[in-house]
Design a protein around this ligand. Sequence first.
Ligand code: Q9C
Ligand code: ZN
Length: 766
Amino acid sequence: MQAAARSGASAAPCEHGRGCPTSSAGGRQEGERASGNAICGGFAMASGTALIYDEKMTTHKLLWSDPVCDIEVPERLSSSYEQLKCYHLVERCVHVPAREGSEEEILLVHSSEHLEVAKSTQTMNEEELKRVSGNYDAFFFHPNTYHCARLAVGAALQLVDAVMSGKVCNGMALVRPPGHHSQRNAANGFCLFNNVAIAAEYAKLKYGLQRILIVDWDVHHGQGTQYIFEEDPSVLYFSWHRYEHQEFWPSLKESDYDAVGLGKGKGFNINLPWNKIGMENSDYLAAFFHVLLPVAFEFDPQLVLVSSGYDSGIGDPEGQMNATPEVFAHLTQFLKQLANGKLCIILEGGYHLKSLSESVCMTVKTLLGDPIPQITGEMAPCLSAVESIQNVRAAHKPYWKWLMYEDTSFLQNLSTKSHSLKTASPRPSTEHDSKITNINETDEIEKFLEMHMTNVLFPVPPIKTATTDSKGSAYLLPVHLVKEIDKTEVKVLVSAFYADLVKEDETLLSLGSMLAVLDKILKKEHAFFWCSLPTGTLNVSNLQMNKRTSEDDLPLQKLFLQLSYSTQPQVCNGITESPTAAVAVALRHSINFGLQRVLCVFVGDMQIVPNTEDGKILIIHICEKKQDGKNNSKYYISLNWKEDAEGNDFFSAVLGFILPVAYSYQPNLTVIAVGPKRSLGVHGISLLFALLQGLAESRIFALIEDSEINLMQSVAKILAGASSPHFGVYVPPTQEKVNEIKILRDQFQKEWKMLQCSVKDGISRH
Ligand code: Q9C
Ligand code: ZN
């Protein structure tokens, strides 16, 4: 057991004031120790999130004027850390100290010449530093740079050790200088040593790893990382980057989609070039659904490293993209499903301080297991994004089994190519001009983000997962038991709407259990707290927040606290063992409660198919054979899928179809029901639960009929976030199954636009 070293006094008022909805951290962490391990079901497993930050890395700074380098400032690190403190995230993490990476460790990737040059800068004067810096494209040395760069390397290695040793499950290292442009023999693009590349080599050597995934979501191409691993099949490198047909820095031919790796490394280098600025949340999600995630599940990494640049976020002067901070929560949530959760996130770029720090916070919150904010923006990728996605899929078709039967082909005439010729800028703006206009824009984005984050963030429910007492619940640690509703109470609750369903006592009872849990997810529970008040304190006329209460009126003050607290939802998600007839009740109940969009993924035979015509319910029905009498429509989609006996072949269905439809719909609640004659095993169902958690502020309601304890346990662990997921051995889909997805995609991509991954006849956001 690991006791947490705490940093930052939790009671200290936040300097940032209004920008910090501190209540959003919820009451859960009060008194909760940030620990590295948890006991669950008798097994000790890694839990907890490491955070590495060392103030010393803020001493590397630019000493002279250089408009190319002046955005890489020490405040990038300090303001990110301050914002983490503001959200009370620092105290919930396990503090892991940085250390200096050794020379030997640096030599895992770099030449001794490069190391010696870097070392020699420690004692140089400004003039000499300037001269050496001039030998590289976009780099500056400070006398402390060498020391900071060694700390940045060491921080990445400490993070790998913390995760690989099981001390924590995942973590983030805030480092400077960044690493991904750095090459064997050269500093480049603000990077001296390639922190992430060294971390990968170190993990291979020290832990004998054979498969490591590097996800580079920085807006620049990590050409340094590409060069280091391009012949190495044990490291799969994925990078998306602003490219603009090679116009954008570093302007390399080898940053394009056709650079797939060399020799034995063919297929293990994946470049997704963005040929337009202004990419949004939906473009990044589409890249994950249709490129990165399917490859990643097939690759099955033992460790995931993220080259985590936030210059791909809104407001960044380099990237000029429009993705908002919560997108990084979604990206992180997806990556947590790989490598048994072993995820190390290492900072790279990010130059808009507010955008950077909010995005860092969204990432760490997600590592900690907080519910995921709903994604904003139109859920349709733009034409240029779809074109890039299509081409990278075509380029990798020879190397990946999941692409084998996809009829994806290269697109020659890109919409951006002719367009860019027509709209060539009449007057090239100078560096100075663009900086002046950017200042106002930076301020505007800061104001926007201030508002945006208060809209997007919501209080974390005190209880993550609820269930009612049933025969299996004893095995469902760490879920929380909800008191079942009394039978007469259920009758009152149910009979008004569902009289037809409540003839039998047994049905009534299980409906009662089900509704007890569902209500906890739907409602902001006032009643709970009112009941718990001491008698005599309930004077409604005093219940106004602006009314001052006397010092001795403590119960009333307490009531205020409880009331403000009680406007939070009680529970994030829940599981019940109910007959499948209860699904119709649950859906109707949620709509009656006022929800506008409920997604229901139903696995198995469905007795009652609810009416979905008003669009308030979207049903995705997974069954072996299409049930008669029910045609596919926008809000009722039958997906015929019988899981392979050899392993799990459901990945491509979830990533290529279910997730894109679900994200296009943007539900307020996700109901996942498992009925009789289910055509999916525990692994396929687990995958569904794991990947749908980014929707509906992570509100998932599981209704499982007559299940094995195995399934209940697996689902409970995923929902409670207490277990590293296990989805079984990857099996590629058969041609027939790929075809099933293709038909559905063609049928629905005009309505559910996140399905688009090629430009044949889809309609995209322009
Ligand atoms: N005209 C990272 O984000 N721009 N590095 C050079 C030359 C350099 C970015 C422009 C941008 C480096 C880690
Ligand atoms: Zn960058």
